[in-house]
Design a protein around this ligand. Structure first.
Ligand code: GRF
Length: 207
């Protein structure tokens, strides 16, 4: 299966996916990496790994792609043969056009245990709230922000001396494990989705 990755920044999750493919943990091909930020370090990571990488201007708004930009993203992903779209730190809300072009085929990673702390700086929200445990979530993307059916989660305990930076760094370590794992389950057809429930088939089960 070919996948496309959309990102806006550092791309450490992209790197985890690249490494998982290299190590033969994940049998997918990263067909295209697209960013809304020409300076995203993730674009450099892609180029270094020999993966096609492209900046596509997002349009004038800060939080969403313009309708014209959405079309361009879809065309680029389709032309590259991508069947699954993985958001990896893509800082824009995904709207109908992309969701319709890739129905049930857009994944996201979020740095909290959803449904707690959707939105921005989720690790800081968790720290400020005083929770004992937070973590990260891979979910299918639907219309709402950080609301889609949950595929995998990992728990990260909050330490009394945590700063936003130390907590985020431990959350990232877990993200780099569960995102490739979730993509693997998706690519191998091991997920069945019914409403909000995502079931993971075990080795011997067939869909
Ligand atoms: C991650 O924390 C992810 O959960 C969130 O954006 C961040 C991206 O980090 N959606 P990176 O660019 O993959 O390093």
């Amino acid at each position: 299966m070919k996948i496309g990755v959309l990102l806006s920044g550092s791309g450490s999750n992209l790197q985890a996916i690249i490494d998982a493919v290299k190590n033969n943990f994940l049998s997918v091909e990263i067909g295209l990496v697209v960013s809304d930020n020409p300076d995203a370090f993730g674009l450099k990571r892609a180029e270094k790994a020999g993966i096609r990488a492209q900046y596509i201007p997002p349009g004038p708004k800060r939080t969403v792609l313009s309708p014209e930009a959405e079309e361009k993203y879809i065309t680029a992903l389709k032309e590259a043969g991508c069947e699954l779209v993985c958001l990896a730190g893509f800082m824009r809300v995904i709207k109908d056009k992309i969701l319709t072009a890739f129905p049930g085929r857009v994944l996201n990673i979020h740095p909290s245990l959803l449904p707690s702390f959707p939105g921005l700086k989720a690790w800081k929200q968790a720290l400020d709230y005083g929770v004992r445990f937070t973590g990260c979530t891979v979910h299918l993307v639907e219309k709402g922000v950080d609301t889609g059916p949950i595929i995998l989660q990992a728990v990260v305990p909050v330490r009394p001396d945590d700063t936003p930076e130390t907590l985020l760094s431990r959350i990232h370590q877990q993200e780099h494990i569960i995102y490739p794992a979730a993509i693997k389950l998706f690519a191998e057809g091991k997920l069945t989705i019914s409403g909000r429930q995502v079931n993971v088939l075990n080795k011997n089960q067939k869909k």
